[in-house]
Design a protein around this ligand. Structure first.
Ligand code: AMP
Ligand code: ZN
Length: 111
């Protein structure tokens, strides 16, 4: 499958790495929406939150462990995690990813 984030996780497209282990890859967003903005993705392809199921949900839990660990290591104690799911919600890359945003005041509700 021709998937941008699979290619990034495989190292075939360059990215600015934040964290990596056998299951997860994290890298800075190319178009940051906050002073800190990185993405956490499973290395295996999952389309979106809508495709999370019994078989693959442990990797999603692991993504959140990584978010907790990496933000702590960065000294960030307030941050937002976003996963856009589907076109209307603004998903532009069809490979599950969690945006981690920090370093500025966040509005609620989101636009
Ligand atoms: P979404 O629009 O929620 O699907 O998020 C996709 C994100 O991927 C956007 O914030 C983009 O700026 C980001 N993005 C697209 N291409 C790259 C890339 N090559 N490297 C890093 N981030 C990217
Ligand atoms: Zn993919």
């Amino acid at each position: 499958m021709n998937c941008l984030f699979c290619s990034i996780a495989e190292g075939n497209i360059p990215s600015k790495k934040v964290y990596e282990d056998e299951l997860v890859y994290a890298f800075y967003d190319i178009d940051p929406q906050a002073p800190v903005h990185f993405l956490v993705i499973p290395k295996t392809h999952i389309d979106s939150v809508a495709a999370v199921n019994e078989e693959n949900s442990s990797i999603v839990a692991h993504c959140f462990e990584v978010i907790s660990k990496v933000t702590k290591e960065m000294g960030i104690d307030s941050f937002r995690v976003v996963s856009n799911c589907g076109e209307q919600a603004g998903q532009s890359v069809p490979h599950l990813h969690f945006h981690v945003l920090a370093g500025r005041d966040m509005t609620w509700p989101p636009g």
